[in-house]
Write a protein that binds this ligand. Sequence first.
Ligand code: ATP
Ligand code: MG
Length: 163
Amino acid sequence: KVDMRDMLDTLMVEAEGLSQGRHVIRMDPVTPLWLWGNAAELHSAFGNLVSNAVRYTPEGGTITLSWREEGDKLVFSVSDTGIGIPREHIPRLTERFYRVDRGRSRGNGGTGLGLAIVKHIVARHQARLDIVSEPEKGSTFSVVFGGEHRAEPDHDPRAEEAA
Ligand code: ATP
Ligand code: MG
């Protein structure tokens, strides 16, 4: 079970560390929502999306983390105002070693494995990865969980004693 409030706080600190002040990093107000899932795996998946947003967004851009309910779904997303992705590449992004343009991202050498790992972890949580992107405008990567993944916080035994 994952406390998404803690998860988002950790991801914010990691994003600031990767950005080193080169971007504006924001978090939409988070409703405290707990999620059934593997915390280490989800941290790795969300962290990959955050590191991509930092890597593929030029200095001065904005990166926004969000965690929200959408109807009966639970959605984690990372938006950036970065270089974006041409439409024809989007279906292939989660293939292992697939990179859009080795030339343009030369020097910030990824291996093209991040999104393959994300896809795998998302599938293990019966979730869906949505990618919306426009070249030179930016990208939004969303992980959409079914409502059955919603969890309730543990009861605090001290609170029960006091009652
Ligand atoms: P790795 O994550 O293994 O270090 P990588 O970042 O190149 O390397 P992926 O995370 O799998 O690999 O991403 C695949 C490709 O998708 C990237 O090389 C890049 O071309 C494109 N991409 C991913 N995220 C973004 C983004 N937020 N904005 C623009 N392009 C992106
Ligand atoms: Mg990556």
